[in-house]
Structures are given as C-alpha cells and as structure tokens.
Ligand binder design. Structure first.
Ligand code: HEM
Length: 147
C-alpha cells in the first residue's frame, strides 16, 4: 500500500507532461542501446536518437508507452485486469524484433527519467516501488514471447 502511494504521488505531476518525460526516457534508452532504434521501421531516415525522437512517429510511440504506464498506475489495485492487454503488447513487440532482455535497459531508462524529474523525491523506497510495478508489467508482456 505504501508502494502504491509513492507511485501515485510521483506520477501525479509526471503524468501531466507525458511526452517530455517520455522523451527523456527514450533518449536515455537509445543512449544505452542505440541498436534498439533500428527496430522502428520508421527510423531509417533519421540519424542519431535526438533527431529521431523529434519525429512524429517516434513521439507517437513515446506517447503510447507513457499511456501504458499511466494505465498501470491507475490499475495498481487490479493490475491483473491488464494481463491480456500486456500479453498482446508483448506479442507485438516480439513481432517487431524486441528481445525480452531489452526490458532491463528499458527499466533503467524509466528509473533515469524518474530520477531526473523527481530530484530529491527520488528515494530508495520510491525506486523500489516503481521497480516492483515495472516487473509486473514486464512479466505480463514477456508471456507474449511464449510459444
Ligand atoms: C508499438 C518498439 C518498448 C508500448 C511498437 C512498435 C515498435 C515498438 C517498433 C510498432 C510501431 C509503433 O507503434 O510505433 C519498441 C521498442 C521498445 C518498446 C524497440 C523498447 C525495447 C515499449 C514499452 C511499452 C511500449 C516499454 C509500454 C509499456 C507500445 C504500444 C505500441 C507499441 C502501446 C502500440 C501497439 C499497437 O499497435 O497495438 N513498439 N517498443 N513499447 N509499443 Fe513499443
């Protein structure tokens, strides 16, 4: 319950500015693993990550990611209701060539974004609360890779 409060309170402000925070997250992601850029079919006519991230298709994906996080935060009390949606989302990512191992670096990028926007409010318990929620989301998505 304490976890949920930490997540809800921190998302309260972040969730109002989804796109800029999503850009911070994905800039970090492509910095940590530039090869992930190539999985986006529309990445061909942009050079490095910062350029790509300002293109409409990328901003759309960033927005979609933030909306999934938003849904998870709104469903902290009944995350299981998102299971089928997340399994299907995992399947779509398998189809575009994402490997489940990449979720580790996605998680690091999420924490990076939280840390850079929350500053001193980014505490160890808060980090752990987000990691716990993220791991529920990732395990549901990962089921999409099962045969
Ligand atoms: C769709 C790549 C992580 C949510 C897509 C698509 C690609 C892609 C290529 C299809 C094109 C598009 O819709 O833009 C990636 C890569 C990721 C990643 C390389 C990192 C390794 C995530 C995460 C989430 C997410 C963490 C949310 C938790 C979505 C959604 C769609 C999507 C909602 C639309 C699916 C649909 O069409 O129904 N992603 N993605 N993605 N992604 Fe990701």
């Amino acid at each position: 319950e304490k976890d949920k409060g930490l997540i809800r309170d921190s998302w309260e402000s972040l969730g109002k500015n989804k796109v800029p925070h999503g850009i911070v997250m994905f800039t970090r992601l492509f910095e940590l693993d530039p090869a992930l850029l190539t999985l986006f079919s529309y990445s061909t006519n942009c050079g490095v990550a910062p350029e790509c991230l300002s293109s409409p298709a990328f901003l759309e994906h960033v927005t979609k990611v933030m909306l999934v996080i938003d849904a998870a935060v709104s469903h902290l009390d009944d995350l299981h209701t998102l299971e089928d949606f997340l399994l299907n989302l995992g399947r779509k990512h398998q189809a575009v060539g994402v490997k489940t191992q990449s979720f580790t670096v996605v998680g690091e990028s999420l924490l990076y974004m939280l840390q850079s926007s929350l500053g001193p409010a980014y505490t160890t318990p808060l980090r752990q609360a987000w990691l716990n929620m993220y791991s529920v989301v990732v395990s549901a998505m990962t089921r999409g890779w099962a045969k």
